[in-house]
Design a protein around this ligand. Structure first.
Ligand code: SUG
Length: 417
């Protein structure tokens, strides 16, 4: 089965701001109250997509969501005009940009019915993210509407928190062959919330009708969660037969590696030991929040944030790895600093779907021409700055709404919800 990797990036929305809403996300806490630059942020995201297109990768995009989310506020008995500042900040968040949290995706090669299954994440742990799913579901139903190729599932019900593909990895000999699906969950009890519930992961695996002996459930280490790895993709990433991870990512590292090697003897584990890159550096540089991609010409590249290049311990380790002649042949730093300041690196910004692109609604796929048009709309309509202390400004809400409307027109997509 020929399956192509498509990365769908969440376009950074016009309400992008630093309200410090994510407990356990160290960057979000550190930058709380700062002035954001939505226009520069979205242009950084577009340039990241452009760089991927130029590498020969197939690229998709999801729209920013309607903000402020008046429907959500109404269900809470509030309006943007009378909501408290805290509630308003939750209603204005541009957090749907982090598309890795939109859904969990099992490619057709792994599922019983031979379709690609997507389950929308409920994101219920964080209030500002808990209201993303209805519009995400609408976009996914549009983008993946061909039911002969896709099954789009509603989110797992409360109380089981699900944060989507950020806590999911897949190891396979190649994209198109059956693989091992690895669901990573956290356990509550530390200083920070564990956002992926084991029961949610198990529900997604059942909904996707995965083969039990090709499915693994792995616990995140407490050190990782309390060290700021609020999602597994802050400390690990996989592509085809390669798992690239930090030595402190998993609660039972030895047991997991042994099980993986048994299930997938072809797996290649590249582990960065804490003695070379302490967890703290891994989290601050987002070394693992990289897109590990197979290049069309062969070999893998790691598309990582420029912050990784700025950290000598991290970059030194990576340069040594290249000399070692392993499967990762190229390092490609990208500037997504505006997103990084809220704890979202290159991998957070994308949802990876392995499928035949001809089944995807083409309005969600981009080439350089479409990226140019999107950049023009962003340059014209996106606010230049947002001061997190001034979110209760009706003129700002108007600007944010107009920006999204203009983008929908540019992309030929309905406004939804
Ligand atoms: O859920 N940040 C996001 C970052 C998500 C990163 N995604 C992955 N690791 N896949 C989060 O914590 C910050 C929002 C704020 O503070 O305004 C925020 O939601």
């Amino acid at each position: 089965m020929a399956l192509t990797e498509i990365n769908f990036d969440g376009l950074i929305g016009p309400s992008h701001n630093y309200a410090g809403l994510s407990l356990g996300n160290l960057a979000s806490a550190k930058n709380a109250g700062n002035v954001s630059q939505p226009r520069a942020a979205a242009l950084q995201g577009i340039e990241k997509m452009r760089a991927n297109v130029r590498l020969g990768l197939v690229q998709g995009v999801f729209l920013p969501q309607r903000r402020p989310d008046t429907g959500w506020l109404a269900r809470l008995g509030a309006t943007p005009e009378d909501a408290s500042l805290a509630l308003l900040a939750n209603a204005l968040s541009a957090s749907s940009m982090w598309a890795a949290n939109a859904a969990t995706v099992s490619p057709a090669a792994d599922t019983e019915d031979g379709r690609c299954h997507l389950t929308v994440a409920n994101l219920l742990t964080m209030p500002h993210r808990s209201h993303e799913w209805p519009e995400t579901l609408e976009q996914l139903r549009l983008a993946f509407s061909d039911e002969s190729a896709f099954a789009v599932h509603e989110p797992v019900p409360p109380p089981f928190g699900d944060e989507g593909a950020a806590n999911f990895m897949r190891i396979a000999p190649s994209h198109g062959e059956p693989g091992i699906e690895i669901f990573v969950y956290g356990k509550t009890g530390g200083a920070f919330p564990a956002r992926q519930h084991e029961e949610a992961s198990r529900a997604v695996a059942r909904l996707h009708r995965l083969e039990p002996d090709r499915t693994m459930f792995v616990e995140q280490s407490k050190a990782a969660v309390s060290g700021g790895a609020f999602h597994n993709d802050v400390v690990a990433v996989a592509n085809e037969n390669v798992l690239f991870c930090h030595g402190q990512a998993f609660a039972n590292r030895d047991g997991f590696f042994a099980e993986l090697r048994r299930a997938a003897p072809y797996a290649e584990i590249i582990e960065v030991p804490a003695t070379r890159v302490p967890l703290e550096d891994a989290v601050s540089s987002y070394l693992f929040n990289a897109q590990l991609v197979t290049l069309p010409a062969g070999g893998m590249a790691l598309i990582l944030p420029t912050e990784a290049q700025d950290n000598p311990r991290v970059w030194g380790w990576l340069e040594e790895m290249l000399v070692g002649n392993g499967p990762i042949r190229q390092l490609i730093p990208v500037d997504v600093r505006q997103s990084m300041a809220n704890g979202g690196g290159p991998a957070c910004l994308r949802l990876r779907v392995l499928c035949d692109p001809s089944y995807v609604d083409p309005r969600f796929l981009v080439d350089e021409g479409k990226l140019d048009a999107m950049a023009e709309t962003v340059a014209e309509y996106w606010p230049e700055e947002i001061d997190a202390g001034h979110l209760a400004d009706a003129a700002l809400w108007k600007e944010i709404r107009a920006a999204r409307t203009a983008l929908c027109e540019t992309m030929g997509l309905p406004e939804l919800i």
